[in-house]
Design a protein around this ligand. Structure first.
Ligand code: BMA
Length: 341
C-alpha cells in the first residue's frame, strides 16, 4: 500500500522530533524522553501549565497555555519557543478586546486550542458564559486578540476548528456538556459561513464504543488533512472506582463531509503510564490540544496536558498512526447520525 501522506501544508523542517525506540510502547505514539517539557510553577503566580496549544510561527513556535493561577483560577498565557520544547512565557495574561475595541475579560479561560485558518489564528477556549461555554478570539499578530461573539449557548466545551473551510464553510467540533464534571459527551460538528453564525449541526462520534472511552469523548487537536481523510486526535474518558481516566484516541473523518467517521481506532493511542501522567493535580490524565506537522516527512508532534499539572510531548508519523487506526478500526451505529443512513 502506498504511504499515507499529510496533504500539502507547510513544511516544518524544525519540528520537534525524536526517533522511536523499539519496544517503548504498544501503540504508534511514543513519548519525548525528557517529558514533561513544562514543569510545575513555571511562572510567577502560575502553579501549573497544562492542556495547551502551539503553532509554528515566524521560523519558531508560539502557543497559548492554560495557566492555573495561584488563586486556582485558570487563564491563558502566551508562550514562545525556538525549538518547540523549551518555552518562555509572558508574565501577563492574554488580554482580549471585543469587535468594537472595548476590553473584554472572561472570568476564567481554560483548555485553549489555537488554529490557523486562512491568514488568521483562532484561539478557542472554555469560557464562562453563565456556565461552561465556548470562547472564540482571532489574532493575526499575537498582540491583539479580538474576542468574537459567543458561537454557542451553554453548556459546551472542547471546541476545535478545522484548519480550512470545507464546502465554503468554517467547521468547528464541540462537545455539548453540563457545567460540572460532565458524565456524558459526544463530539458534534457545526458550520459557519462567517465565524459568527453557526448551524448545520451534525453528530460526529459517540462515546461508549470501547471501555477506555465509555463515559465521554471530546475533540483534541485541530484535525490534520491526510490522503485518506481528516486525522482527529481526541480524548476519551473511562470511569473507574477512583474517578475518570483520560486517554488519547484517533479517528479518520471524511474529507468533504467530516461528520462522517471513516475509521475509528478501538484501542487508545496513549493512556496514562508515566509518573507525570498518573500523578498530579488530577491523576491519570493525558489530554491532547495541539499537533505540529511536517508534510515533507509525515512527522507529527503531539502536545498534551498531563495530570492537569504538566505539558507532555509525543511523536508519531502520519503513515504509522493512520495505518494503525485503519487496522484497528471499529465504526458502529454510535458513529452514525440519527435518521441518516
Ligand atoms: C476536563 C477538563 C480538562 C481537564 C480534565 C481532567 O473536564 O476540565 O481541563 O484536564 O477534566 O481534570
Amino acid at each position: 500500500m502506498s504511504k499515507i501522506k499529510i496533504v500539502a501544508r507547510d513544511s516544518l523542517p524544525n519540528i520537534p522530533w525524536q526517533d522511536k525506540k523499539e519496544g517503548t510502547n504498544h501503540t504508534p505514539i511514543w513519548r519525548y524522553e525528557h517529558n514533561p517539557i513544562i514543569d510545575r510553577n513555571p511562572l510567577e503566580n502560575v502553579a501549573r501549565i497544562f492542556n495547551s496549544a502551539v503553532v509554528a510561527y515566524k521560523d519558531a513556535f508560539i502557543g497559548v497555555f492554560r495557566g492555573e493561577q495561584v488563586n486556582g483560577v485558570p487563564y491563558i498565557y502566551l508562550g514562545y519557543s525556538k525549538d518547540g520544547i523549551k518555552w518562555d512565557f509572558e508574565k501577563e495574561k492574554v488580554h482580549f478586546i471585543d469587535e468594537q475595541g472595548k476590553e473584554f475579560e472572561p472570568h476564567y479561560a481554560y483548555d485553549p486550542r489555537l488554529v490557523k485558518v486562512e491568514e488568521a489564528y483562532y484561539l478557542i477556549w472554555c469560557t464562562d458564559f453563565y456556565g461552561a461555554a465556548i470562547g472564540l478570539a482571532k489574532t493575526t499578530d499575537f498582540k491583539t486578540f479580538v474576542r468574537l461573539e459567543n458561537p454557542f449557548i451553554p453548556f459546551n466545551r472542547n471546541a476545535v476548528l478545522f484548519p480550512r473551510r470545507i464546502n465554503g464553510n468554517y467547521i468547528l467540533l464541540s462537545r455539548p456538556s453540563d457545567s460540572g464534571h460532565t458524565p456524558f459527551g459526544d463530539i458534534f460538528l457545526s458550520e459557519s459561513p462567517d465565524m459568527t453564525y453557526w448551524g448545520k449541526h451534525r453528530h460526529v462520534m459517540g462515546r461508549g464504543q470501547s471501555w477506555w472511552e465509555s463515559v465521554k469523548i471530546g475533540g483534541g487537536a485541530a484535525p490534520i488533512e491526510t490522503s485518506v481523510g481528516w486525522l482527529l486526535f481526541y480524548h476519551g474518558v473511562s470511569g473507574t472506582c477512583n474517578g475518570f481516566v483520560y486517554s488519547i484516541g484517533g479517528a479518520i473523518l471524511d474529507i468533504d463531509n467530516p461528520s462522517k467517521v471513516i475509521y475509528r481506532c478501538e484501542n487508545f493511542l496513549l493512556t496514562p503510564e508515566e509518573w507525570y501522567e498518573e500523578r498530579g493535580f488530577v491523576n491519570n490524565v493525558v489530554f491532547p490540544c495541539a499537533t505540529l506537522t511536517d508534510s515533507d516527512t509525515g512527522r507529527i508532534a503531539i502536545y498534551y496536558g498531563a495530570a492537569d499539572s504538566y505539558v507532555g510531548l509525543a511523536f508519531t508519523t502520519v503513515d504509522e498512526v493512520v495505518s494503525y487506526i485503519m487496522k484497528h478500526s471499529v465504526v458502529t451505529d454510535n458513529d452514525l447520525e440519527i435518521g441518516i443512513r
